[in-house]
Design a protein around this ligand. Structure first.
Ligand code: BTN
Length: 278
């Protein structure tokens, strides 16, 4: 479905549930999203998707909820999940990747999410490694990836996405308002969540397919084009350690490359990145 047609779906008045039949009708032959599990309220779509995956759910099944009582962010943070306003969804994936390459799924999802969001805005958003989508430094969306692996195989990946769609900053908690935004806030008008959701599933389907067929190198130029931190001085909190340096890019496994203050090239696999003033 061309994006223009998807964007022709008029936004429902706020407070109205997603029209899942309409989303399904737009998905066509998309491999992801053949089964959509829809809930008005759930603890966390990631937790439920993991339970389904453990019980043998197929690749491409998606859990979608209008609201989450225990929405989870990275590093044990809470994800604000008010009803009928945003998108909260989790994909069940069974990629043919070695555990070493599993982080590439998050990178591919970041490309898909940036492309989806960009199609509703006047210019593309930025990716903040590894998994935040920002616009002018404010967070629009986040990705929480959880994987189950054995020694040499990924058994399943749960890819959770939270995307602020019609969440006006005035309705956000005071703490969130400082650092978050939404598509509606940026465009000045509510958008159809069905359009955004259908587009996101299609973009994920496409980017995941490219990753499986051609590897991350096929997606890397688009990831790099959205990369927000290149050349920026950053602090990376690694839990027990902090690294300060200049962000250079990512390697083929998705690790962040930083040149530290001693001029050493460091490869960061996981951590919280905070941009610093130069
Ligand atoms: C982050 O930026 O910290 C990641 C946020 C991920 C939030 C989404 S909302 C849908 C899915 N279910 C969850 O509990 N979390 C993810």
């Amino acid at each position: 479905m061309p994006p223009s047609e998807l964007q022709d779906i008029p936004p429902a008045p706020s407070g109205v549930a997603l029209d899942i039949a309409r989303v399904r009708a737009h998905l066509g032959a998309s491999r992801l999203g053949a089964t959509l599990h829809y809930f008005q309220e759930i603890g966390s779509t990631n937790t439920h998707a993991r339970e389904l995956a453990e019980r043998g759910a197929d690749e491409g099944e998606i859990v979608i909820a209008e609201s989450q009582t225990h929405g989870r962010g990275r590093l044990g943070r809470r994800w604000e999940s008010p009803p009928f306003t945003n998108l909260y969804l989790s994909f069940i994936l069974r990629p043919k990747l070695s555990p070493r390459h599993a982080p590439q799924i998050t990178l591919a999802a970041a490309v898909a999410l940036a492309e989806t969001v960009g199609s509703f805005l006047s210019r593309p958003p930025a990716i903040k490694w590894p998994n935040d989508i920002l616009f002018d430094g404010k967070k629009l969306a986040g990705i929480l990836t959880e994987a189950a692996c054995d020694e040499d195989r990924v058994l399943y990946v749960i890819l959770g996405i939270g995307l602020n769609v019609n969440y006006h900053t005035g309705a956000m908690s005071a703490e969130l308002r400082q650092r978050a935004t939404s598509i509606a806030d940026l465009t000045g008008t509510n958008v159809s969540r069905e359009s955004v959701l259908a587009r996101l599933i299609q973009d994920m389907d496409r980017c995941y397919g490219e990753l499986e067929e051609s590897g991350f190198e096929a997606l890397r130029p688009r990831w790099e084009a959205h990369f927000a931190l290149r050349g920026r001085r950053v602090r990376i909190d690694l839990g027990d350690q902090t690294v300060i340096g200049f962000a250079q890019g990512i390697d083929q496994n998705g690790a962040l490359i930083v040149e530290d203050e001693q001029g050493q090239r460091r490869s960061i696999v996981a951590g919280d990145v905070i941009p610093l003033e130069t």
